[in-house]
Design a protein around this ligand. Sequence first.
Ligand code: SAH
Length: 353
Amino acid sequence: MEKKLKGLLAKLYRKNFLEKPELLYLLENITYRDAGLLFAYARKTRVKTYQRKVYLRSVVEFSNHCRNNCWYCGIRRENKKVERYRLPPETILACCASAYQAGYRTIVLQSGEDEFYTAAVLADLIQTIKREYPGMAVTLSIGEASREKYYRLYQAGADRFLLRHETIATDLYERYHPGMNLQQRLQCLKELKEIGFQTGAGFIVGLPGQTNEILAEELLFLTEFSPDMVGIGPLIPHPETPLGKSPAGSVEKTVILLALIRLLLPEVLLPVTTAVNTLDKYGWEKGLAAGANVIMPVVSPAECRRKYEIYKNKAGVDYAALPEIKKRVENAGFELDMSRGDHCKRLRPAAII
Ligand code: SAH
């Protein structure tokens, strides 16, 4: 590896910061085969903050109805070929029971933007989960909503919220999210953080038009916003969407970005996302080796997994797969930690309206 690259990596490891031209230089010049030093620094950094622990989240996809029309997403409003479904609260609770019994202590409730689930319905569901399954952390991934709705969900007991900003480049954001706007998305993120949620941002890797310069801006935005969690994943083109014929995002690039994010945000909760695991059967191992510390198996009922088709052939497991997951994590040199897996610095703060 050339001297300049080595120097930049050492500086990044030491300072957990680089200027934009330096990040751009890394993005332009590091190849996956040559990234051993980057990954080693990222692992050392995660060991300092989270030791060798890997946290687990169980993802339940409870509705694929969506009012939005994102160009990459298979459950976009205009895809008439998806069979739409909504799980009733009883079924969501049954998923929760199975997850709890299997030993999971975080449930991620994910859906399209579906106004059927009002603040009242969700608050009731969250309260029931908190009452029936003590010690279970609740993460929401349900898209944009008013500050008031977010606040009610936090008051009901939800702990975390994932809302990827998807891309920090305004022109790309507007092109791929008709009728939506980046400022509003960022405003939601800001409000979630202010209310008190452990908050997750993140972007898609490999959107057509995404340059290394944009990726450097993504990294700078994350450094500045400093979310508690970051979810990134490669684009997986879905045939029934406008990006259906675009090439898939690169797993290798995603893994390099995971390592850079770990170094810029040493304390962040950083999952190897399902998209990585879908494109590469060693996705978890590669992500963990590059500084990721969370895996998020999709444990929705098989029927939902099939219909929650943000892209095709999404990887999923059932509750019984836990020993197998444990083995994979251990073979990769890490240990499965079945606690809630909160951000290392964040307790649950009182909500701010
Ligand atoms: N409606 C929620 C959840 C969306 S699904 C929300 O807006 O947050 C979760 C994530 O899947 C999205 O944020 C997006 O980044 C990702 N995603 C959707 N379609 C995808 C595709 N075809 N390839 C890769 N990632 C995709």
